[in-house]
Design a protein around this ligand. Structure first.
Ligand code: NOJ
Length: 560
């Protein structure tokens, strides 16, 4: 298997609005990030992924870009950004930027022009369609509720927006648009960045003719699903992007891809095909959703997780490469989700970190994960800022008949603002995130959970993550070893083995809050030699092949 820096790296995601505010306006900013780079370099991460900092009216917190070459005023200036890049490189880290090119903001000059008239030069930069029988062109639904089409009075056509109506979809069928995007990518790469995380990049090719999606029971519109995910020209577009841009730089690329399966992911990440290096799958993040989608809550079955993770681990082995993540700015906090953020807060956060970092792939840490930040429960819907939450609440409770409490519960469990509350730096007001009034409320537990405390406590989640990252540098098997699931049917223990040449690692994790006996199965050929990490003080003298795992215990043995 080819060795590359991005396989050996650990990535840390920064959501700038909520990371650190340097000027007291309540909004995180670029200088605020630069101030905290030593914290990140002490943690040991290699790559920083910065969520969008481009000019934006912030309908979707920067994922609606109005100028791809400019920095949002609230975040600072291009000089601040250049200083950030320098300081990152100076510390031996790398920077990848968010590339949001499935859609732009409706305030982008291209869209402002496009909507002026049907023969405007920029008209075909977007996707326009006439109505069908006085209604929307088809039944596709926006990810943020309602139809994916918006009527434009002036030109009497609809435009497509798979997200909010202020995020019109770009028309990748138009070669001129593609060229603009490639030029923009080169501009940033020439400034010295080290790669891109690509927003919903598998949505850029839509099925021609815009047919209706199949109706699902109980829904007004369906998402159109397969009709815009992994569409007919997607591989062609990505190969073109690779040829025109990426191949000329030593960079890392990861495509965010809702609805991608292993078979498709193999194509996207197969080195020979020259598309991307990694994708973000959503499959493991959908395991606690029912048939009604994200807001339809369902407990996680550990055997489902095993089946899913194993499929990806073995499916991409030797052909492509996995990205490994539990959290990002769109997902609730993992310790609250698959762990226990009360009684076993520290244990379960460490166990989940161990489980993820020992898999094959590049691990991503989302800001605050390394100190065990948790989900939040705000009493009022008005305290939530996220457009997805607000639109969903409006559609279900205000327009529809759904029960307020039930919908709030789903927001507490799944809402994106769980991840977007300000980073908790210390026990000062607003958790030390800002000297002003934060743009979104701070999680009230900041006095107990914060970075200052975590750094000072050598048993903290933070120091445990540091150790996980360090182990990756010491043991190539963590990066390159292959993966075998053991105990496939156990409903509490997830155990797997990694193998590289003569070396083996056995990862044993307890996903439950009970004491659970573990016995190494006889058909597993493994002789443990050394416990390289564990989240409890373990007596090494006991028999490492047969013992009782404590609640959320994790152990990793190296052996042969
Ligand atoms: C995925 C991003 O991660 C999310 O935050 C955003 O709302 C949508 N794409 C639209 O850009």
């Amino acid at each position: 298997m080819e060795k590359t820096w991005w396989k050996e790296s650990v990535v840390y995601q920064i959501y700038p609005r909520s990371f650190h505010d340097s000027n007291g306006d309540g909004i995180g900013d670029i200088k605020g990030i630069t101030d905290k780079l030593d914290y990140l370099s002490d943690l040991g991460v290699d790559v920083i992924w910065l969520s969008p900092v481009y000019e934006s009216p912030n309908d979707d917190n920067g994922y609606d870009i109005s100028d791809y070459y400019g920095i949002m005023d609230e975040f600072g200036t291009i000089e601040d950004w250049e200083e950030l890049l320098d300081q990152i490189h100076h510390r031996g880290m790398k920077l990848i930027m968010d590339l949001v090119v499935n859609h732009s903001s409706d305030e982008h000059m291209w869209f402002q022009e496009a909507k002026k008239s049907k023969d405007n030069t920029y008209r075909d930069y977007y996707i326009w369609h006439e109505g069908k029988n006085g209604k929307e062109p088809n039944n596709w639904k926006s990810s943020f509720s309602g139809s994916a089409w918006e009527y434009d009075e002036n030109t009497k056509e609809y435009y497509l927006h798979l997200f909010s109506k202020k995020q019109p979809d770009l028309n990748w069928e138009n070669p001129k648009l593609r060229e603009e995007i490639y030029n923009m990518m080169k501009w940033w790469l020439d400034k010295g960045i080290d790669g891109f995380r690509m927003d919903v990049i598998n949505f850029i090719s839509k099925v021609p003719g815009f047919p209706d999606g199949a109706e699902k029971a109980g829904e007004k519109y369906v998402s159109g699903g397969k009709l815009f995910r992994n569409g007919p020209r997607i591989h062609e577009f990505l190969q073109e992007m690779n040829k025109e841009v990426l191949t000329n730089y030593d960079v890392m690329t990861v495509g965010e891809m809702p609805g991608v399966n292993v078979e498709e992911a193999k194509k996207y990440t197969d080195y020979q095909r020259k598309e991307l290096q990694m994708v973000f799958t959503f499959e493991h993040m959908d395991l606690d959703s029912g048939t009604g989608g994200k807001w339809d809550l369902k407990p996680l079955e550990l055997t489902d997780l095993k089946e899913n993770i194993s499929k990806w681990q073995t499916g991409l082995h030797g052909t492509g490469w996995n990205s490994l993540y539990w959290n990002n700015h769109d997902q609730p906090r993992i310790v609250s989700r698959f762990g226990n953020d009360k009684e076993f807060w520290s244990e379960s956060a460490k166990m989940l970190g161990t489980f993820l970092h020992m898999l094959q792939g590049t691990p991503y840490i989302y800001q605050g994960e390394e100190i065990g930040m948790t989900n939040v429960r705000f009493d009022s819907i008005d305290d939530y800022e996220d457009i997805e939450i607000r639109n969903m609440y409006y559609e279900k409770v205000i327009e529809g008949n759904e029960d307020h409490d039930k919908v709030m519960e789903s927001i507490y469990v799944k809402g994106r603002d769980n991840a977007r509350t300000p980073f908790q730096w210390n026990s000062q007001p607003a958790g030390g995130f800002t000297k002003g009034e934060p743009w979104i409320r701070v999680n009230p537990n900041y006095k107990e959970i914060n970075a200052e405390k975590a750094v000072a406590d050598e048993n903290s989640i933070y120091h445990y993550y540091r150790k996980l990252i360090k182990l990756r540098k010491q043991h190539p098997i963590i990066v390159y070893g292959d993966y075998h699931l053991i105990l496939p049917d156990h409903d509490k223990i997830y155990a797997y083995m990694r193998t590289l040449e003569n070396e083996k690692l056995l990862v044993i994790t307890n996903f439950s809050e009970e004491n659970v006996p573990f016995k190494q199965p006889e058909n597993v050929d493994f002789k443990p030699k050394e416990l390289i990490i564990g989240n409890y003080n373990t007596e090494e003298k006991g028999d490492p092949t047969s013992f009782t795992l404590k609640p959320y215990e994790a152990r990793v043995y190296k052996g042969v």
